[in-house]
Design a binder for this molecule. Sequence first.
Ligand code: ATP
Length: 446
Amino acid sequence: MSEAPDAKPSYPWRMEDLVSLCARRGLIFPSSEIYGGINGFWDYGPLGVELKNNLKALWWQRVVRERDDVEGLDSSIICHPRTWEASGHVEHFSDPMVDCRACKKRFRADQLDDAGKCSAREGSSQHDFTPARNFNLMLKTFVGASEDAAAVAWLRAETCQAIFNDFKRVKDASRQKIPFGIAQIGKAFRNEINPRNFTFRSREFEQAELEFFIHPSEREKWFAHWMDERVRFHRDLGLQPDRLRVKHHDTLAHYAKAGADIEFLFPFGWQEIEGIHDRGDWDLSRHSEFSGKDLAITDEETKEHYLPMVIETSVGVDRTCLAVLCNGYEEQKLDDGETRTVLHLHPAVAPIKVAVLPLSKKLAEPAQKLERSLRRRWNTFYDEAGNIGRRYRRQDEVGTPFCVTYDFESETDGQVTVRERDAMTQVRLPIDGVRRWLEERLEVAA
Ligand code: ATP
């Protein structure tokens, strides 16, 4: 874990280059692009959706499937509006906002260092800010045929509140005892004042959250456990250790006992990708109060009746995708003077695991047969157009770990060449051994 200073990192490439690669290759691009985009909303294209799904599957595997003490959930996005009164979001979920009277732009009052110059004031180029006022980040909608106050509902600002609503139901249905957790992955919405840094701060994004319910005497133990687990997850994804750090919070909410962020060093500085919090019994006590339902549990052995405490881990799926992309992107100078763009993605998240490339279109039939057999196991890609060097480069820049080339000799010796993305080494393998060879490398990696 890094003790690196707060200085901006020296990534040897510009964020615009990564953003343009993402658009060009169908990873991530602005939503509603044909209408000029809509600020803070992004679409994941054919390769982006694979990357994101792989990341979510890894999280689900680690946090839910591999454990006996965590259950999954997929709740509705719109909850009963009282949920957000109980959670404090209606009253308090706001950021301080200022307007510039001259250029009419809006900024977060706590991020004015990045406000830039005022485009409407040539003389001084200083903004003319209004006093700060609070701006609620919840996105409002109406449910049903009328649009009066009684029909107001909210798009969830975080996925976890539904977990608290469903706590008793899930506990009873799954016959879990304390300690146990409930996890879910899903969309969250925040009307951010100033969306920026590509997908980093969006208005619609995905979270993967775990609420882990514990006895009040075990708060420290479980906070430490989940901190270790989550740091290990990011390291296992291949995020460089000197670009990862844990930042403990100096100030905590009044109900919280501990809180920390896992931060990644992006090209635009150290930023949070995940929060780990000891939320105490705040949420269950508030939902008990507002719903009138007792959410306390009774320990069958000791007969103790108590509200469990909660350790929360909350990671942004989009921010982690962005960290993975920044971490992996390289414009590599080759010995022949050329530059190749390569995404050094962990094979487990790579959108395409293997590409099959016949050396000539005449070899299409046997090459496609091979690709079809691999496709049953992984997301594969078949490409017969253009020279082989260029086809390798196209796979490098979307992070495909392996390319299999079917050449004229394959017809006689029954072998193909497998090329690895990072070192560009090549090995010759029997066709019927390719799947096994790839399995060994791709499975270990996951
Ligand atoms: P920030 O201080 O950056 O606004 P936060 O502390 O409000 O983040 P949390 O409420 O702890 O964030 O949400 C948990 C996770 O959800 C964050 O670590 C982040 O990865 C993700 N997240 C939060 N807001 C956004 C956003 N606007 N766009 C993308 N991801 C987000």
